[in-house]
Design a protein around this ligand. Structure first.
Ligand code: PLP
Length: 294
């Protein structure tokens, strides 16, 4: 697939059980206008999304992505997505992807202002080339996220922990990281704990123990991090979710940013201080993440 592919979904309620949802999925010209000007995803960023990696036409970690879509929808008071219907849309999009790496996006928006239903669509497109980041790693800076760890529970309307379409803040954080001479950022809570990157989860290694921030503090539960943990557990390593103080970062024996399309990139420096890099393990993780997984 050299071009984008797009499929509009006529969303069915959760629990409507059919053997075929084909008549609710409409392929549209991805280069042509498809959304109404009253669409709340574009007016207010009011919706949720997922980005799924596709390897040689195989969509990776579909179930965790669908579960997170449903979780995000719930946090945003959107109607629960019919996951069997979305699964069929993903299969259809994946079948249009050529060999190599691609990305499928799922978008569920609140729809058109005063309209009857959410708007839902799926796109597929070739993935950007992340081979250099996987091979050479990334320099990161820490940035204040502006919330303490309790904010997600105390103020659920902030939608922390939902993968909403409002990524302007995440993109601004990346620009700030670039201004500071780094490739990426790690958000810290205002009370000094490690959270996540603007578009990735963080995994740290201390000896033979691997830790990632607990996804209760208003961060996303990464599907790639889950896969990496499966692999590391099978290799006999201890893996866990913890509250990680920012002061632990320089003590890490290695660290990675992981996400569905970039996969694993070793962190080479944090705030200008070098971090040890285990490129052999990084290559192993990426080989695993590039193998077909459900
Ligand atoms: N955290 C944030 C804020 C993200 O945007 C992403 C992915 O886009 C992740 C974590 C990693 O999630 P996944 O591994 O499911 O791609």
């Amino acid at each position: 697939m050299n071009r984008r592919f797009a499929l509009m979904i006529d969303p069915l309620a959760e629990g409507v059980d059919r053997s075929d949802y084909g008549d609710t999925l409409t392929a549209v010209d991805a280069a042509a206008p498809a959304l109404s000007v009253g669409e709340l995803s574009t007016q207010r960023g009011d919706g949720v999304f997922e980005s799924i990696g596709v390897i040689d036409g195989h969509a990776q970690e579909v179930v965790p992505h669908l579960e997170r879509l449903a979780h995000s929808a719930q946090l945003c008071d959107l109607p629960a997505p019919n996951l069997a219907q979305w699964r069929q849309a993903i299969d259809q999009a994946a079948s249009r992807c050529a060999d190599g790496e691609a990305v499928i996006k799922l978008i569920l928006s609140r729809g058109v202002e005063h309209g009857p239903t959410p708007t839902a669509w799926v796109t597929a497109a070739p993935a950007s080339d992340f081979s250099r980041m996987r091979a050479e790693g990334v320099r990161v800076v820490t940035l204040d996220r502006g919330y303490d760890l309790g904010a997600a529970e105390r103020a659920p309307w902030l939608l922390l922990g939902a993968k909403t379409l409002s990524y302007a803040v995440n993109m601004a954080a990346l620009r700030e990281a670039h201004r500071r001479g780094a490739d990426d950022a790690i958000f810290l809570s205002s009370d000094g704990f490690v959270l996540e990157a603007p578009t990735a989860s963080l995994i740290l290694r201390f000896g033979d123990r691997f830790v990632t921030p607990a996804p209760t503090g208003g961060i996303l539960h990464g599907t790639t991090q889950l896969s990496v943990y499966e692999h590391l557990s099978a290799r006999g390593f201890v893996v866990g979710y913890e509250r990680i103080p920012a002061s632990d970062l320089p003590r890490a024996d290695a660290a990675w940013l992981v996400s569905s399309v970039r996969l694993a990139a070793a962190i080479t420096a944090i705030d200008g201080a070098s971090l040890p890099v285990d490129q052999v393990l990084t290559d192993e993780l990426n080989a695993y993440l590039l193998s077909p997984r459900d």
